[in-house]
Design a protein around this ligand. Structure first.
Ligand SMILES: [Zn+2]
Length: 245
């Protein structure tokens, strides 16, 4: 299974406003809409981190790079990408007349953090630091985006470092959260032999039975990543009588 780690940075919308508090901005006040400034990506398990930006390439060429990677991916790992990175990229693909990339599964680590744990903050920076995985690259804040939009070379170097560090953190966090990820894409669909559905490991240990309404199944725990799984064939089918309530 080919798994891609992905993070994008985008420009802010630029608008004319008459105040700073509780503004309703009409579309005729919108001067420039948000666009993808850059992206960083990495194949899980490989060393190379790929980066491209509108500073290095024309927008269409920059988009083609990440479009080709998505086409080759079976699954994509991101942080809040379900709501942000993927729809943002899709909007740009549409605007540049690309057809949809081939379907891939999404593993959104923000959703995992929210659903499985109760951290006081679910920001990537907080969760990563709390787990001792490192932190996001520090930068001057909003000014960095403004400088990049104005073509400042040094600012772009800092943006690249920042974007790449997010992907590095994302990979460390993925490896740490792995056994907690519910409905992870099943590695067995990409393997000839029985493997851990989550990490593709082969060291599956029998650990009791999984009992459900359809029967009793062998339960396993992976000795590599710690995730739980079960056999697909019932070792004891359920009695063929069903309750009414
Ligand atoms: Zn595993």
């Amino acid at each position: 299974m080919k798994i891609l780690l992905l993070d994008i940075e985008s420009s802010p919308n630029v608008a004319h406003v008459w105040g700073l508090w509780q503004q309703n901005v009409g579309i005729n006040q919108l001067m420039e809409s948000s666009y993808v400034l850059c992206w960083a990506a990495k194949w899980l398990g490989e060393d190379e981190i790929i980066f491209d930006s509108v500073h290095q390439s024309k927008p269409k060429k920059m988009l083609k790079g990440i479009y080709d990677l998505l086409n080759a991916a079976d699954a994509v790992i991101h942080y809040n990408g379900t709501k942000f990175d993927i729809p943002t990229l899709n909007k740009e693909f549409l605007l540049h007349n690309y057809s949809p990339p081939s379907p891939y599964k999404q593993i959104d680590l923000l959703r995992v953090a929210r659903s499985q744990f109760r951290f006081p903050s679910n920001k990537l920076d907080y969760v990563a630091q709390r787990l001792g995985l490192g932190k996001k690259q520090e930068h001057e804040g909003h000014d960095l985006w403004v400088k990049c939009m104005n073509g400042d070379k040094d600012a772009w170097k800092r943006m690249e470092t920042y974007n790449i560090q997010d992907v590095v953190l994302l990979e460390s966090l993925y490896c740490r959260l792995l056994p907690w990820i519910k409905s992870h894409p099943n590695s067995n669909l990409f393997s000839d032999s029985a493997v851990c559905p989550t990490c593709s490991g082969t060291r599956l240990q029998k650990r009791g039975n999984a009992v459900s309404s359809t029967g009793t199944y062998q339960r396993y725990q992976c000795r590599d990543c710690g995730s739980w799984s079960q056999g697909t064939k019932a070792i004891k089918p359920s009695v063929q009588v069903k309750g009414l309530n």
